[in-house]
Design a protein around this ligand. Sequence first.
Ligand SMILES: Cc1ncc(COP(=O)(O)O)c(C=O)c1O
Length: 437
Amino acid sequence: MIKIGNKIKNIIERDKRVIMPTTREVFPFVPSHGKNDIVYDIEGNKFIDFSSFISVYNFGIGNEYIVNAIREQANKLIHAAFTDFYGVEQVEFAEKLIKFMPNGFGKVFFSNSGTEANEAAIKFARLLNKRYYIIGFYNAFHGRTYGSLSLTASKAIQRAHLGPFVGSIHVPYPYPYRFKYGDEDECTNYVIDFIEENIINKEYSSDEIAAIMFEPIQGEGGYIVPPKNFFRELRKIADKYGILLIDDEVQAGYMRTGKFLALDNFNTKADIYTFGKSAGGGVPIGITVTSNKLGTIPEGSHANTFGGNYLAIAGANATIEYINKNRFTLEREIKKKGEIIIKRLLEMQNKYELIGDVRGIGLMIGIELVKNKYTKEHAVKERDEVIKNAFYDGLLLLPAGKSSIRIIPPLTVSYENIEKGLEILENSIKKVNFKLK
Ligand SMILES: Cc1ncc(COP(=O)(O)O)c(C=O)c1O
């Protein structure tokens, strides 16, 4: 049982006085240190990590290969204006990254976060396609700076009173669990027809639309996995009208689903890919990669001070080398661990009314909580309670969407901690399920 002592209370009290509120109201967690899939707070409470701190620690807290590389680089050089000068490590990293991309991808741009990677993608699409509008999806989260926020539409609070936004158009994302008019194929057709008929051929003209930006699995929006054929169909209408596809791999990429690119699970290629979160091994980084056939942006049209800084690139190089060295083991293990978790969650779904849906690929797994399996009414308070109970029993979980919970441990999570974590989760669900009317 986790104990919240005076050290934690003191920090939270002081935080409320001097730190701008963000999103941290879920539970009183003040981390201190950790190793792989275990993390301790400042009072010594021990937690199993099923959050990987929002898919940043994909390869475990304190991964020695990555941490040593960052430490060594910090002693040599942290920053040297990569915008203006050349750099060995940056070129080496880009060369390694391109090997993980589809054929024909060759231009890499560095920034400092997921939102900046998407800002760059938006600008590049407009500059290179010479069109203005970008189509995004409801429930999408692409970041909070203005370009990315314009495409984000996952919660009203993120956009309220902040408009006007930048040339964005929103359309429904295929959400099989909540689609009322048929099976997965019909769900795909509904969205594709909506885009083609209402947006491309009615409200706008196709030659005004630069790109469609999407997450291969929606993250913040609720861990929503689209139908298998959706992106292939999206590719077809994009090609038909000369529209580019921007794939935001910030949360789903970097092996999270068992493949380097989450979009590869759908056998489709995009024109621009973006990365962030785990790509720097914990050091902030944003990466935007474009297809060679798009050409290059005019020199001076986009840049930033810290993009490609040596510390982030050291983390990025070590991370990609770690993946390269362990690729086959990682692929096999992620699949196996994901299957164990899904199997167990499906068993829980059979037992508890509260679990409406279980979905995911690899170790990007979500459960959607409902008050009633038939009406599918969102169990919002119940979801928060499940997460809170689990926290006090030593398991870190994060919410997603209206009433979902994400299960995203480090990809290096041990089998023992998967079992222990699922045990805590089930106990918590059982308690809350018992209270359902
Ligand atoms: C899919 C996706 N894109 C972009 C972002 C924004 O990344 P950042 O918070 O690093 O700006 C996030 C963050 O959660 C994300 O999940």
